[in-house]
Design a protein around this ligand. Structure first.
Ligand code: 2P0
Length: 328
C-alpha cells in the first residue's frame, strides 16, 4: 500500500456563479454553475500516512489554523469511514497564488486533497465520483476536479449523488484567457461559505438570483457549443453583477468590490468600445477578472497592469483537471 502521494489541482473561476445551497451539510447547490479551470493557479498537496493520533495540516509551510485544519480533518474522516482505514495523515498543501482572497483557493485545495486521499485510501473512483466527493469539501472544488470548461449540475437527489461536475470542452479546444487583477493580497473579511448563507437567509434578491441561474447556465452552454464568445461574455458579466447585487442587498450588506475592482469593470467596457472583446467577472473577493480570447490577451493585460489599484496581474489559460503527480 502506498504511504504517500502528491496531487495537484488548478483553481477555477465561475462564469455563471454558484452562490447558494440547497443543503449546507452536503454542499448541494441551489443552482447549476459553469466555470473555467485555470492554469497556472495551482495547489500541490502531499498526503502521508502518519502514526499520530490526529491529522496534521501544514498550509504554505506553516501549521494551518484550527478552523481550516478542522475542515480538512472532517473531510478526511469521510475517506476513513468509506475505506475502513482509520489512520491519520500529515498533509502539506501549497498554493502558488494568494490564499483566501477570492481566487478559489478552497476549490483547488479540496480537489487536490480528494484525488490524493482517494488514491491513498485505495478508493477507485470515476471522475464524476471524485467531483461529488470534492464537493463535500467545498462546493466549487467539484469543478476543479475537471479540466477546461466545466458544468456543475445542480442535481435533484437528497444524497447529492447526481450533483457533480463534468467538462463540456477540453482545455485545448478554445483559447480563452482570464486575467486576474490582484488588488490586494490580504485575506478577505468574510469567507464565501458564510457570505453565501447570510445572503440566502437575508437578501430579498436571493430568490431572483437563484431563479435566473439555470437559464444563464443553459445559455452559457449553448454559447460554448458554438464558441460564441460575445454571448458567453454577456452571460458572464450578468451573472457576476447579479450575484454581487444579491450580496449587497443582504442585511447587513456584504460588499466585496473595492474601488479598484469597479475601475476594472469600467476599463473592460472601455476596451469593448475600442473593439477589444473583453468581459469582467468577480467572485466573493475584491479581485476583478477579465475574460478574453488569446488573440487579445496581451493587449488586455497591458491595460489591466496600467490600471491604478491593480498591484499585479495573473495571466491564466484553460487548465487540465486534478491529478496525481507522478513520482520523479
Ligand atoms: C463560484 N464562489 O461559483 C462562487 C462565486 C464564490 C463566488 O464557489 O461553502 O468556497 O465551500 O461550498 O465553494 C466559493 O464558494 O463555498 C464559490 P463552499 P465555495 O466560484
Amino acid at each position: 500500500m502506498e504511504q504517500q502521494v502528491t496531487a495537484v489541482a488548478h483553481a477555477n473561476v465561475a462564469l455563471v456563479k454558484y452562490f447558494g445551497k440547497r443543503d449546507v451539510r452536503l454542499n448541494l447547490p441551489a443552482a447549476p454553475s459553469l466555470s473555467l479551470t485555470l492554469k497556472p493557479l495551482q495547489t500541490t498537496t502531499k498526503l502521508m500516512f502518519s502514526n499520530d493520533k490526529a491529522d496534521v495540516v501544514i498550509a504554505n509551510g506553516v501549521a494551518a489554523d484550527e478552523k481550516f485544519a478542522g475542515r480538512i480533518c472532517s473531510f478526511l474522516h469521510l475517506f476513513r469511514q468509506q475505506s475502513g482505514n482509520s489512520q491519520f495523515l500529515t498533509v502539506h498543501t501549497e498554493n502558488n497564488f494568494p490564499t483566501a482572497a477570492g481566487l478559489a483557493s478552497s476549490a483547488a485545495g479540496f480537489a487536490a486533497l480528494t484525488v490524493g486521499a482517494a488514491r491513498l485510501f485505495g478508493l477507485s473512483l470515476s471522475e464524476s465520483e471524485l467531483s461529488a466527493w470534492a464537493r463535500r469539501g467545498s462546493g466549487s472544488a467539484s469543478r476543479s476536479v475537471c479540466g477546461g470548461i466545466v458544468h456543475w449540475q445542480r442535481g435533484g437527489s437528497a444524497d447529492g449523488s447526481d450533483s457533480f461536475a463534468r467538462s463540456i470542452l477540453p482545455a485545448g479546444e478554445w483559447d480563452l484567457r482570464i486575467l486576474v487583477g490582484v488588488t490586494t493580497r490580504a485575506p478577505k473579511e468574510i469567507g464565501s461559505t458564510s457570505a453565501m448563507e447570510h445572503t440566502r437567509t437575508t437578501s430579498p434578491y436571493y430568490r431572483a438570483w437563484i431563479d435566473s441561474a439555470t437559464a444563464a447556465v443553459d445559455e452559457a452552454i449553448e454559447a460554448v457549443s458554438k464558441k460564441d464568445f460575445e454571448r458567453l461574455g454577456e452571460v458572464t458579466e450578468h451573472s457576476a453583477l447579479s450575484m454581487h447585487a444579491s450580496l449587497m442587498a443582504a442585511q447587513p450588506p456584504i460588499v466585496f468590490l473595492k474601488g479598484a475592482t469597479i475601475d476594472v469593470f469600467h476599463l473592460t467596457r472601455t476596451l469593448r468600445k475600442e473593439g477589444i472583446q473583453a468581459y469582467f467577472t468577480c467572485d466573493a473577493g475584491p479581485q476583478p477578472k477579465i475574460l478574453c480570447q488569446g488573440k487579445d490577451a496581451n493587449a488586455v493585460e497591458a491595460r489591466l497592469r496600467a490600471c491604478s489599484g491593480v498591484v499585479d496581474v495573473i495571466h491564466c489559460s484553460l487548465g487540465e483537471g486534478a491529478g496525481l503527480q507522478t513520482p520523479e
